[in-house]
Design a protein around this ligand. Sequence first.
Ligand SMILES: [Cu+2]
Length: 298
Amino acid sequence: MQALPFRPAALLAALLLAALPGCRRATPAAAPAPAEKHYPLTGEVVQVDATRKILRVRHEAVADYMPAMTMEFSVSAADAAAAQAGQRIRAQLYPDDPRGPRLEKIWPLDPVAEAAVAAAMDALRQDTAMRGRQTYREVGESLPDFALYDQEGQVVSAARFRGKQILLNFIYTRCPIVTMCPAATANMMAVQRQALAAGVTNLQLLSITLDPEYDTPAVLKAYAQARGIDPANFAFLTGPEREIRDLFAQFGIDAEFKNGLLSHNLATLLVDPNGKIIWRVDGTQWKPEEFVSRMKKG
Ligand SMILES: [Cu+2]
């Protein structure tokens, strides 16, 4: 992960929040591990053993390490649960694990999907550069175009949601501060329920990760499932870090890793069916009704 620009205000905000009484103390989410040898690997999943958390993968040659072959790798519970035979993947191979070779950071490997994401990323990069000092999108402006992967590994573009009302926020799955991301996700779930009860028929909820390095589609899927989230209209999105960072700029998000802890602010936005941002609240101190009351019903 590249170093993010140092943002004292955001760090201070996170530290203050972490120090609030009643909050769990922030603990390092990603203490820098001693460098373990790893190699990029691509291949096809041929068999999944979710119970043993083992994937059998027919992989291509791993440069400087081994020729193409079919072999077993241990993976996380999230990766084992999400994996499907026949799926092409890219991953990091850690060969020196005493429990046997291990795969991490598993992403779908699909040239068509990657081209779509790359094209959207380039367009967003250009747009971000062109906006210059006006990068930040105010209420009244339109949603930027983007294409990211959802928790199923499918490419989702913003344009797909034209005609829908979108509630969008940013979270990351390892967030240890209960008043931040976990509270934000609980609030999003409450909106999902209340909007349905209020007769809102065309709502799409989107949570974009602040931590694409760790939050792969499978990690996001496990996060959603652990919370019993109904995926019918609530997607979790991830993708290349460069694209996510441009979205930070466009949505006024400050996020930076410092000593393994991600300090960040939070924003929640409501987008109307024409793609216009119509309401925004910073932080997690908002009531679901605040957004549901602004949605078109029926
Ligand atoms: Cu957080």
